[in-house]
Design a protein around this ligand. Sequence first.
Ligand code: NDP
Ligand SMILES: O=C(O)C1=N[C@H](C(=O)O)C[C@H](O)C1
Length: 272
Amino acid sequence: MAQTAPQLKVAVAGATGRMGHMLIEAIRASGDCQLAGALDVAASPAIGNDAAAFLGLASGVPVTADLQAGLQNAQVLIDFTRPEGTMAHLKACRAGGVKMVIGTTGFTDPQKREIADAARDIAIVMAPNMSVGVNVTLKLLEMAAKALSTGYDIEIIEAHHRHKVDAPSGTALKMGEVIAEAIGRDLKECAVYAREGVTGERDPSTIGFSAIRGGDIVGDHTVLFAGTGERIEITHKSSSRTTYARGSLRAARFLAGRDKGLFDMFDVLGLR
Ligand SMILES: NC(=O)C1=CN([C@@H]2O[C@H](COP(=O)(O)OP(=O)(O)OC[C@H]3O[C@@H](n4cnc5c(N)ncnc54)[C@H](OP(=O)(O)O)[C@@H]3O)[C@@H](O)[C@H]2O)C=CC1
Ligand SMILES: O=C(O)C1=N[C@H](C(=O)O)C[C@H](O)C1
């Protein structure tokens, strides 16, 4: 008799959001993962509906706001919601021994510390960008920043859709952190998030951020190293959210072999 391989049981938080839908579609198409739960806010009109109804399909998994019900069959929760939602899900996952892939952005430092603390009990992959391309770009930036640490002004420009609620994007901040670390600066001390009025000349030790919001832009990031007589631009452009969903499933599979610890996409992709 043919043996069927065991499937990874994955729950999705923010199941009716932009990423939630992409994830449910990717899980159904994967062949090795199974949708095991679908969470959303209690006020969502989709509560009680089948989580795959937006695809015209039946998964047998209802959208629920009850964390215990949504997590009871899951090995991993993939969370693309808001920081306050993620923190509530984190507590439930820690209590229930459910691993987490966290794609949500906009966390405060205390929230990040709480996530790191939870990783003493459960395995977590957390990254502001799950795409392979962005994570390879982060490695390119590390190299470029080291070579261009003096004589080049560093500016990070990001553009996203009109619905995005946090700025700068988590990816832009991560780019800033990677660059700052590569050249021995502290992003908290050198980041400039806004310029208006008489700003004075640019301080060469700063890293500037600019955020554009409009239309349906999926996510563009450019790091500009502006020198005298030349400038270098390293750009990544997302044209579809499928890359984030595929990366999230890679992260979920990576967690299948881990019991605890905090990991990122460098760990998942072997880029460390
Ligand atoms: N790491 C990565 O690769 C990527 C990260 N992101 C990040 O993922 C997050 C979600 O993005 P996106 O899918 O576009 O956003 P959406 O607004 O489309 O989806 C968010 C989902 O989370 C739900 N939600 C909102 N607040 C809460 C809460 N307090 N508790 C539980 N659920 C909640 C929303 O429900 P409702 O709509 O009913 O309020 C919605 O279903 C953002 O932080 C974004 O920056 C996005 C893309 C890639
Ligand atoms: O909100 C989004 O859409 C995205 N958010 C992430 C971020 O804040 O970096 C990743 C990607 O850029 C899309």
